[in-house]
Design a binder for this molecule. Sequence first.
Ligand SMILES: [Zn+2]
Ligand SMILES: [Zn+2]
Length: 129
Amino acid sequence: MKKIIYLSIFIFVIISSSNNNTFSKLNSPASDSAEYCIVNGDLIEGGGVKYKYLNSEVKFCCEGCEKSFKKNPEKYIGAAALWCPVCDEGDAKKELSFVNDGVKYYFCGKGCKSKFSSDPDSYLKNYNK
Ligand SMILES: [Zn+2]
Ligand SMILES: [Zn+2]
């Protein structure tokens, strides 16, 4: 009988110490710095795919998500965060957009949109330094 009691104490100690290990793993710095795909919310593993959209850098889990982002950035960064690349200011409207090279951009006014559409590269080069 005593043997059984000792054995169960022994097992209990093993279980509780292994639980402690899992607990400390969950709280390690590695999981604190985990990054998630801006498109589908998946955990980004192995660096993921980086893309610089005007003044902000965004990260995806794969190239498929990068494509979805470029088609409709407003859906993922939110209408309040849209940046006008002509004024270099964050007051662009989602209704005023223009697609250049597969990427959608937004503008604060019709004037900015027409300036950009006639020469996108001269505005975009400021963001690609
Ligand atoms: Zn993905
Ligand atoms: Zn503007």
